[in-house]
Design a protein around this ligand. Sequence first.
Ligand SMILES: Cc1ncc(COP(=O)(O)O)c(C=O)c1O
Length: 456
Amino acid sequence: MKTLFEPFRIKMVESIRKTTLPERIQILEQAHYNPFLIRSEDVMIDFLTDSGTGSMSDHQWAAIMLGDESYAGSKSYYHFRDTVKEITGFKHIVPTHQGRAAERILFECLVKPGDVVPNNTHFDTTRANIEYAEAQALDIPIPEGLLPSVSIPFKGNLDLDQLRELLARTDIHIPLAMITITNNAEGGQPVSMENIRETSRIMRDKGIPFFLDACRFAENAYFIQRDEPGYQDKTIDEICREMFSYADGCTMSAKKDGMANIGGFLAVNNDELATNARNLLILTEGFPSYGGLAGRDLEALAVGLREAMQPDYLEYRIRTVAYMGERLVKRGIDIVQPTGGHAIFIDAGRFYPHLDKSVYPGQVLVCELYRIGGIRSVEIGSVMFGKQNADGSEDEYLGPELVRLAFPRRTYTQSHFDYAIEVIAEAFQNRKMSKGLRIVKQPKFLRHFTAHFAPV
Ligand SMILES: Cc1ncc(COP(=O)(O)O)c(C=O)c1O
């Protein structure tokens, strides 16, 4: 059969309140043209993030009832820990409330002011945590990764030549290197096993730790199985084990391929690093057997991590993204090619050729999609990665101006995606009428979350 249906039945429903165009115009204005500041009940289809927004399964809800809420030594912790160990092979598993807590703890242990941390592409929280440690977060993607229209497999790869050049420099200190799987900031593009293996070899030669930012490890494994020669007969489990075997540890936001609403972890092999991390964990997150999570969360994660690795689920998930991508491309809309694992990334720079970077074309499109159809998305461009200097001038961001529509896991069905395609097509038809935005208020770090905008 050609039709690939959602590999689940719906057992519980959540109503979507329909809003009108005049309502949405007013809501947008009240939210200072920043959809992060809109109440979720005013959003009809929420593609803001795939983080923590998926639906849990009957097995996860059942596991929640088994949560052991003991402060120390909870059996839910051991269930969670053993599952993560089986999947990753790492020695020490430190639970955290979400990914950024794992990042903060790891960098506090390893990174000193002035250090340089290379990554294929840092996600915003990773970058912010490194910069908070007064170090430099350096993106070294392969050149094709920066070109939205170039369609090659494993476009999320790290540039190995740049990594070698960096390591040869004597004027900088590199405390660790990272690879983000999949490469979220560049379109959810996967990283090949070969690239992970080679990065590991280079880093191990130098005796410098290598970590994975593993939020979407299962989606990455699916692409390896589908597209990388030699992996078609390997199971997703085997591929995951191999990916993790090349690293010295990982940070994980389990709100993605953990299929849970909250949770994360730091996994490491080094005993001393694990001890230091646990000491910091106690300071802000909690005792090492819960790390800021309830026992029931740990149970939901232990089940969810396995569900994210199911082949039928992964096939449906990746195909859904491709379905929407194909339909947008047919309408002449430029998106990051090929479609990646968890989201569609529209090239807002090409969508609005008449709008300069300085008036934030991505943010304009984000607002248009909300105004026209109550769809929430996020800008990944000059707003997210640009920075205001102390004198009020702006550090220009040189990457593409993207808008991400991230798909919550197991949450929306095909008609929701068809509706979204219609809304985007209408914005495209009327694109010449759209005007730019300016920032009127912004915080020092992670400005996209809370910045206020006004029409130019
Ligand atoms: C690649 C990547 N790393 C890290 C994070 C941070 O995870 P969390 O939101 O759980 O703190 C995210 C979240 O979106 C992500 O996509």
